[in-house]
Every structure is written in structure tokens, then in C-alpha cells.
Design a protein around this ligand. Structure first.
Ligand code: ADP
Ligand code: MG
Length: 264
């Protein structure tokens, strides 16, 4: 299970989770995407919509509903989504007095783990109880970093939280890598951030860098992941490349790369 986290908003968490999940499903992996953000952008990113009160991640975490009863299928055969709704906005507070409140997600995923090759969680932009739940359940944290000023700001806090959860609640947790997003080849700044992040994270930084493209920003309003919306676009190819890298690191049974030399 891979938790896509960064407490900064707008760095590309949802775009990365949706696009990676779709690209890996297209490569043959069985994928579940858990939308853990009350904004529900990953849910709508697949053209799904869940009214308040309807089964969603909220019922799973707060009422103990089985994931099987709340997940939805998508137009991609191998990809299911456990949707979010605005109900989730209250969960952070409602869970505070709950028994084993940090373990809710971990328990919930237990009975579906075997059905999927990988489970992604799209985290909200905070390090609160929802994100902690994802970190406790995950094997890996994937951190998107936007190529802009202050890119590294806040990462210390994120890494300390990962460390704390790793030391106290989930010994299996590891950093699964960082992904540079919204790279703009026309600016020196983007390249500076890439260099800085590579210096800091070394091998942990994926070699695929995600470009800033208009198509990537348009895809959500059509309710489709970029690999469906515009499969041959630059953004789609970048996420397909990243999917192969991630698949390899996770040891997923994904199809061999095609035309990888041409893509580069
Ligand atoms: P987060 O989930 O971290 O808040 P999002 O993935 O929602 O970030 O991205 C923030 C905004 O930037 C969204 O409007 C999204 O469509 C847009 N965006 C994300 N990645 C790219 C990209 N590579 N190129 C262009 N726009 C992007
Ligand atoms: Mg998001």
C-alpha cells in the first residue's frame, strides 16, 4: 500500500495518484485507489460522485463499513476507487475519541489486500488523523514535490511525521520515493528544484519528472485520468513512465515497457 502524501496543497498529490493508479491498471496491475481527501478530487477525477451520506471512505473509517460495500468500479477494468465525500471533513474530529483511531484504515484494508496488487491513498493536505491513518496502513510513502519556490519547505515536518509513525505505529513504513511534478522546461527555477531535490533525496527521487501541461490540468474536469483523456499526451506518457518505475520498485506484475527509448 502506497500513501501519496505532502501536507502542502496543490503539489500534485491527486493528479499523481489518479494518473499512476490508472497507468498501473492499464499495465495489468489490480489497483485500488482510496480517496482520503474530503475535497474528493480523486473521486471526481474518475467521473465518480458520491452524495453526503452515501457509502464512502467516511463510513469505512467512522462506522466500520467494509471496503467491499463502499468501493466503486471505474471504466478501467483493473481499477476500483473507494470514494470520498464531504462527510469526511468531519471525520478528523469525530475520530478523536474513537477506539484505536489511528488503526481504522489499516483494519479496513485487511480484508481486501489480497484482491489488489497495489493500493494507493490520496491524502489530504494536512498531517492530521486522516493522513496518520494512511501512514499506519501503508508500506510506503510517495511524496510529490512541485518544481517551484519553497519546494523543500515543509518536507522536514513530513519526514519527521513518517519517522514517528514508523517508530511507534508501523515498523513496515518506508519512504517509497519522491516525484517531481509540474516541471516547466522554460524556467531555470524548475531545473534548480530538480537538482536540489536530487541532491537531497538521491536515489529516492524517481528519474521520471512530470511536466506541467495544460492537458493534465484539463483531465479532471472531464472525469478521466490523463491516460484515458489523452493517452499520447506528454503528461500521460510521463505518468506511464513513472508507473513503470514505481511498478518496478514495488515488484508489481506489470507488462514490460514498450517504446521506452522513444518515450525518453
Ligand atoms: P494536490 O492534490 O497536491 O492538492 P493536485 O494534483 O490537485 O494537487 O494539483 C493541483 C492543481 O494543479 C490541479 O488543478 C491540477 O489539475 C493541477 N496540476 C497538477 N499537476 C499538473 C501538471 N503536471 N501540469 C499542469 N497542471 C497540473
Ligand atoms: Mg489533492
Amino acid at each position: 500500500m502506497v500513501c501519496v502524501a505532502n501536507q502542502k496543497g496543490g503539489v500534485g498529490k491527486t493528479t499523481t495518484t489518479v494518473s499512476l493508479a490508472a497507468a498501473l491498471a492499464e499495465l495489468g496491475a489490480r489497483v485500488l485507489l482510496i480517496d482520503l481527501d474530503p475535497q474528493g478530487n480523486a473521486t471526481t477525477g474518475f467521473g465518480l460522485r458520491v452524495e453526503e451520506g452515501a457509502p464512502s471512505i467516511y463510513q469505512v473509517l467512522v462506522d466500520g463499513m467494509a471496503i467491499r460495500d463502499a468501493r466503486l468500479s471505474t471504466e478501467l477494468a483493473n481499477l476500483d476507487v473507494l470514494p470520498s465525500s464531504l462527510d469526511l471533513a468531519g471525520a478528523e474530529v469525530e475520530l478523536v475519541p474513537a477506539f484505536s483511531r489511528e488503526q481504522r484504515m489499516r483494519r479496513a484494508v485487511e480484508d481486501v489486500r489480497g484482491e489488489y496488487d497495489v493500493i494507493f491513498v490520496d491524502c489530504p493536505p494536512s498531517l492530521g488523523l486522516l493522513t496518520i491513518n494512511a501512514l499506519v496502513a501503508a508500506d510506503q510513502v510517495l511524496v510529490p514535490i512541485q518544481c517551484e519556490y519553497y519546494a523543500l519547505e515543509g518536507l522536514g515536518q513530513l519526514m519527521r511525521t513518517v519517522q514517528l509513525v514508523g517508530d511507534n505505529l508501523n515498523r513496515e513504513l518506508a519512504l517509497g520515493g519522491v516525484v517531481l511534478t509540474m516541471y516547466d522546461a522554460r524556467t531555470n527555477l524548475s531545473q534548480q528544484v530538480v537538482d536540489e531535490v536530487r541532491d537531497f533525496f538521491g536515489e529516492q527521487a524517481y528519474s521520471t519528472v512530470i511536466p506541467r501541461t495544460v492537458r493534465l490540468s484539463e483531465a479532471p474536469s472531464f472525469g478521466q485520468p490523463i491516460t484515458v483523456f489523452d493517452p499520447h499526451s506528454r503528461g500521460s506518457r510521463a505518468y506511464q513512465r513513472l508507473a513503470r518505475e514505481v511498478g518496478e520498485r514495488l515488484g508489481l506484475p506489470v507488462a514490460a515497457p514498450q517504446n521506452s527509448a522513444l518515450d525518453r
